[in-house]
Design a protein around this ligand. Structure first.
Ligand code: NAI
Length: 333
């Protein structure tokens, strides 16, 4: 069978990694728009759809996909909060993801953000290009000897903790399923969340977005943190109540924020809006703070990660074509 797949929200770097494989008896149709209620009709006569983090697969969208003959939703990412898994299961649509394409890519970007923010590299870079060699306002702090709080010690959280241990930071961690053997091996201390909030100089978020973690960082929890705390979020934007964060930045309760994800990133991140106007007033406000650093959901973006995403996704698409079970650990529904 010649497998027909519609790829949504595709960018040049996706095509670069998937297209060569598409020539081999598969029909890959690359669409630039995101999948959602208004675009689901563009998935016609396909066996599978391949989607990314900001495609929306709620029950009505999944029902329409099913009616169009879709048997597999292949997520080319790790997070899956944008898919109604229960609905997919009921409708008989399989859902796969790429659980660990490169946790190193995300952990390294997390630390890159922290170092850039703390040592004002982004500001120094712009200054020097303007021939301003002054150091005023660029004072950072040594990470060595400070406390880092890692919320969520899965694949990415653990690697981030290990890198920060390498800097000589004291690492506190919180997870609903602590990995005590790993913690002992890396001199990491598990503690309740309120202790992480109270003691951390740097707090980094690495949990998935779930009803329990949604807006984990809010006015109350921000108030429990050490004054001047640095926050890093490379996980999911909705873990943070952005309005409360802005308030805490204005009051100085939060000393710096590095974000690779944003609560309302859908429709903004991954796109070039430089010729227009930003309609999101909250994001606009965030961008005015000198101590806020934002990247556009790029933590995953390394050659190694893109290669692995394409490899795992294509393997699963081939398994759909040949009726074999999907790769172990990749099937969600
Ligand atoms: P993982 O599944 O290996 O680890 C997640 C950890 O969070 C687990 O140890 C789990 O027990 C813990 N957890 C779940 N609920 C929790 C709660 N309520 N409180 C505390 N801990 C909780 O996931 P991985 O690979 O480490 O990825 C983490 C997140 O990073 C993903 O869910 C995704 O949202 C995000 N991500 C972001 C990327 C980016 O480009 N910015 C790329 C890849 C992932």
């Amino acid at each position: 069978m010649s497998l027909r797949v519609a790829f949504f929200d595709t960018k040049p770097y996706d095509r670069e990694h998937f297209e060569p494989a598409g020539l081999d008896g598969r029909k890959f149709h690359f669409l630039e728009h995101r999948l959602g209620p208004n675009t689901v009709a563009t998935a016609r006569e396909v066996d599978a759809v391949c989607v990314f983090v900001n495609d929306r697969l709620d029950r009505p969208v999944l029902a329409q996909l099913r009616a169009a003959g879709v048997k597999l939703v292949a997520l080319r990412c790790a997070g899956f909060n944008n898919v109604d898994l229960a609905a997919a299961k009921e409708l008989g649509i399989a859902v796969t993801r790429v659980p660990a394409y490169s946790p190193h890519a995300v952990a390294e970007h997390t630390v890159a953000l922290l170092l850039t923010l703390n040592r004002r590299i982004h500001r120094a870079h712009s200054r020097v290009r303007e021939l301003n060699f002054s150091l005023n306002g660029l004072v950072g702090f040594d990470l060595h000897g400070k406390a880092a709080g890692i919320v969520g010690t899965g694949r990415i959280g653990r690697l981030t903790a290990e890198i920060l241990r390498g800097f000589g930071m004291r690492v506190l961690a919180y997870d609903v399923q602590p990995d005590t053997a790993w913690a002992a091996a890396h001199s990491v201390t598990y503690a309740p969340l309120d202790r992480l909030f109270a003691e951390s100089d740097v707090l980094s978020l690495h949990t998935p977005l779930t009803p329990q973690t949604q807006r984990l960082i809010n006015a109350t929890t921000l108030g429990q943190m050490k004054r001047g705390v640095y926050l890093v979020n490379t996980s999911r934007g909705k873990l943070i109540d952005t309005a409360a964060l802005i308030h805490a930045l204005k009051s100085g309760q939060v000393g710096g924020v590095a974000l690779d994800v944003y609560e309302e990133e859908e429709g903004i991140f991954f796109e070039d809006h430089s010729g227009g106007m930003l309609q999101d007033d909250t994001l606009s406000r965030l961008l005015t703070f000198p101590n806020v650093l934002i990247t556009s959901h790029q933590a995953f973006l390394t050659r190694e990660a893109l290669t692995e995403i394409a490899r795992v996704t294509i393997e699963n698409l081939d398994r759909l074509a040949t009726g074999q079970p999907y790769l172990e650990g990749t099937q969600l529904a």
